[in-house]
Design a protein around this ligand. Sequence first.
Ligand SMILES: [Zn+2]
Length: 314
Amino acid sequence: MNSVSNHPTTTSQPNNDLMQKLVGRRALLRNGTLVLAGAALTKHQLFSDETASEHAKSVRVGLITDLHYADKSPAGSRHYRETLDKLQAASQQFAADRPDFVVELGDLIDAADSVDVEQGYLKTINKQFSAICDDRHYVLGNHCVDTLTKEEFLGGVGQERSYYSFDREGIHFIVLDSCFRSDGEPYQRRNFQWTDPNVSAEEMEWLRGDLKSNSKPTVVFAHQRLDVSNHHGVKNCVDVRKALEESGNVKAVFQGHSHQNDLNEIGGIHYCTMAAMVEGSGPESNGYSVMDIQADGTIEIKGFVRQASYHWGV
Ligand SMILES: [Zn+2]
């Protein structure tokens, strides 16, 4: 999945730092047999043994956010119709990089005047998005349920639940839904203020249980931000962050909603806000990324056009 130059077996002499890391990990794994293991194996054997399995377990994810697709004229910096061409460019990159799955981080569509027209927007953009990859995940954004109900949106994209988790190759992934009002009512059809996003009590209970029953490195996908307390932030983000931190396994949260690149590290977790596809005109205003996560929790994000790139080691 990674380029050949990064493949561990092409290096015959691992450096000392790496050796220490590997020996340390073996000590952890075999508890007390460090001396034996170290004496019995050459550097190369140890290196291949420990890292080849990790290499095989890396997962690649294609990420896009805030497409706001609608067949309507631009408003301010938002160019709704151009999203189709921008998504096409992202599709070509994903075809080359072959992610294991793709995630759309919310606000796939923008508001229409009627349910029928909105469903037409959803059908158009989802047809193109669906062609990228069979394994797709949709995070609910406030704009997804501006005109539609959650059921209508989820039905339109063929996804059963608005929040859930799944595993791929030893990594745990969680999709969150912060489209609930402070009183617990789900957002739907203009019944909400966009500045009132919450993770519901029921979802919080599910999240705590899900995190408790999992020991794998974990990545979370959200729309509204969990790292800020301004109008872009989830109202009960402190509770959500506490749950994520207490699990000890969450490496990163990917989110959209505020449309610009941003990164905060809180309690050992990276909160990465991704660039919106709808912002600006022309191919130079696009933004999308490919994220690789290794079984040890190392994350590499390759950002394209306006999307920033990051590397987070363990
Ligand atoms: Zn948005």
